[in-house]
Design a protein around this ligand. Sequence first.
Ligand SMILES: C[S@@+](CC[C@H](N)C(=O)[O-])C[C@H]1O[C@@H](n2cnc3c(N)ncnc32)[C@H](O)[C@@H]1O
Length: 478
Amino acid sequence: MNKIIINIFSAANTSIRNIQIIRQRHFWKNMDCELLQPPCEVQGMVELKREKFAKAIQIPRLWVREEKAQKVLPVVKKLLLKMEKLKPVKPCTLNEVDGREILLHPTPVKQWEDLPCNELEQHEVNKENFAFTQIQLTYDNWRADEILKAVLPKDEEGLTSYSRIGHIVHLNLRDHLLPYKNLIGLVLLDKVANCKTVVNKASTIDNTYRNFQLELLCGEPIYQVETKENGVFFEFDFSKVYWNPRLSTEHERIVQMLKPGDVLYDVFAGVGPFSVPAAKKKCTVLANDLNPESFRWLQHNLKRNKCQQMAQSFNKDGRDFILQDIKQDLAKRWQQSKEDENYKIHITMNLPAMSVEFLSAFRGLFERECHEKTINFEQDNLNYPLVHVYSFAKGTNTKELVLQLVEDNLKMPLKDNLEGIYFVRNVAPNKDMYRVSFHLNKEIVTQPIVVQPEEEFENHLKRKTEGEQEDMTNVSQI
Ligand SMILES: C[S@@+](CC[C@H](N)C(=O)[O-])C[C@H]1O[C@@H](n2cnc3c(N)ncnc32)[C@H](O)[C@@H]1O
């Protein structure tokens, strides 16, 4: 089953140019036609009463003899009334003659003259074949977005999107929509194909393992899902690990950079959206996550995709992973480094609220080896990893801000070794997620951060206050 992010009011995201194209092609939006909207009494409904959506309306129709139907249908195809669970063409016997009733859209067709009359008359279909007929609309005839548009307050932003993770629909409802949460859940459960569970993000992600705190809105409390991202299968318990389908494009960007034979060190691997496709691509992978549940599913997903022989997985703090496992693997590679080596080494660090703080672990990582000359840092072709570190930034000049954050934490400016700063996604109004990609270099890995005694004392105080604040508020974001 696929994960998807659905913009349920897709027209809201359609550019003006696209709307014009749609108009030229003669597609009429049902919700622009009052007659085809749900009854106005449903506006503001908090408890879902499906029967309140029943509505009888008069619709233009053509009746044609059975033997003429095949010729006539293409002539009026663009004018058909299209709604959920409604067949616009139905068998219909009139005056004991077998024929078809063709329902037409009431926006473009108000009278016989609105039809391509000349063409129709060539098929012996004329004004007598045209009339208005009554049809009964029900809750079943509208899509989820149409139902919600009719119900939710008109003066505030409606439900614009939701995420799909296997059978789970995941919402992040704004405060003004909370009174409608049960109704929204039921409508989605009714209307989204294969949906069995609807959950709402209960609060900001405020725990170490970054998994969403979920509130079950309706359906079964089953959180074990199977989903597919970029052609790779993932299984996990959505209530216990971090998974965000909105990152699938970014995962794909990184995986596309990798070639068979490359190396990936994934510091905050989660259930493996970078590591599993990389291992599948025959890269050597060292993947780590602190959350024992993520670690378990990471191992499972490597096996599930038959690539566990390419990967080693670790369940420890990211700093220890850098200081111990990345260091050991890199040291081995650098000691055995050959002239014609052409694989690349990548390091992914996706814990955007905090990843930058782990960068200091690279400073002086090989100070001793440099000093003792067990690794030759004078050689030109040393294979320095390309680090992809993710960070959030708020306000304006966000791109400059993330670079500043990286440099502040590395305590070193990025110069030629800066590969690029890339916008990943907008996380909240005024808050963006970025990737800063840069190469480690000799200065970074051989020169430790020198902390002045006063600065050390200040940092100690700062860490202490920050720690206390975090304990008190316990709030941070993804
Ligand atoms: C934002 S998620 C990213 C997961 C995955 N790489 C992705 O792109 O979807 C961050 C991950 O870091 C893990 N994590 C949090 N703190 C950590 C730490 N100190 N050391 C290692 N992993 C940590 C969490 O359990 C979570 O799986």
